[in-house]
Design a binder for this molecule. Structure first.
Ligand code: COA
Length: 261
């Protein structure tokens, strides 16, 4: 029997679902999984028919338990360096995807698992799960964007608390600190994710891409430059058919039918 692929790609309408598919290893990221994810993301990036991307995990126990620690034990120092470079590359690929992205965390997310969610635009978490950047408990540090992204999202003081104490944060607390956007009922992350994606895609898909670009740039730029870049992004959507459709729909008191053009 052929081995199960480490990542499944399931498209529903305009949404591509990437499913981490190693539930027996709690969807830990090994070399094969990272390679498959990066290949799939490279294709999705160019796919104008896909308007949003969701990442979730197979099984109910974990979204992703981080780097595969069993594989790690077999690596020499050089191989660890290469692995860390590739997992960083994965997070950059995900963060720079033009489409909006949603991490649908169906269970625990630790280490690289949470870093993957931090590289997404929106995060939903099963209310019975916990998340954390627990690397220091393994005598390493978050090396796939965790140290850089977490303080930008929840502030330096909280990021230090989470990372230096290697805390496993329960879902409700993660919501309160702004680490995630929504809680899903236990066992219901996929359905809650689907509902969030439907809500997202009521909005113009090209506008979502442009708003994402403007927001991402805004965090790193001085205000005057961020405002200028926002204008550039705005200009890019003025000639779109979707903008005119939204105006027609408003006048006709009906929901718009966007085409992504
Ligand atoms: N790498 C490789 N294998 C992993 C793994 C990881 N990061 N996390 C879990 N697994 C494996 C376990 O070794 C176990 O394998 P076994 O059946 O051969 O013993 C299997 O997945 C199930 O793990 P288990 O701990 O029994 O599952 P659980 O559902 O009770 O708990 C977690 C799930 C994710 C909470 C728990 O596995 C865990 O804390 N993992 C480590 C997470 C971590 O520290 N990540 C940081 C990486 S930098």
């Amino acid at each position: 029997m052929a081995a199960e692929p480490p990542v499944l790609l399931e498209s529903t309408g305009r949404v591509a679902w990437l499913v981490l598919n190693r539930p027996e290893s709690r969807n830990a990221l090994n070399r094969g999984t990272i390679h498959a994810l990066r290949e799939t993301l490279a294709r999705l990036r160019e796919d104008g028919e896909i308007w949003a991307v969701a990442v979730t995990g197979a099984g109910e126990r974990a979204f992703c338990a981080g780097a595969d620690l069993k594989e790690r034990r077999t690596m020499n120092e050089e191989q660890v360096q290469d692995f860390v470079a590739s997992i960083r590359g994965l997070m950059d690929d995900l963060a720079s995807l033009p489409q909006p992205t949603v991490a649908v965390m169906n269970g625990a997310a630790y280490g690289g698992g949470l870093e993957m969610a931090l590289a997404c635009d929106l995060r939903i978490l099963d209310e019975s799960a916990s998340v954390g950047l627990t690397e220091t408990s393994l005598a390493i540090l978050p090396g796939a964007g965790g140290c850089a992204r977490l303080p930008r999202l929840i502030g330096l003081a909280r990021a230090k608390e989470l990372i230096l104490l290697a805390r496993r944060v329960p879902a409700r607390e993660a919501l309160e600190m702004g680490l995630i956007h929504r809680l899903a009922p236990a066992g219901g992350a996929r359905a809650a994710g689907q509902a969030l994606l439907e809500e997202l895609l009521r909005n113009g898909p090209l506008a979502l891409r442009a708003a994402k670009r403007a927001l991402e740039a805004a965090v790193d730029l001085p205000l005057a430059e961020a405002l200028q870049f926002e204008q550039v992004c705005y200009r890019s959507i003025i000639p779109t058919e979707d903008r005119l459709e939204a105006l027609r729909a408003f006048a006709e008191k009906r929901p718009p039918r966007f085409q992504g053009r």
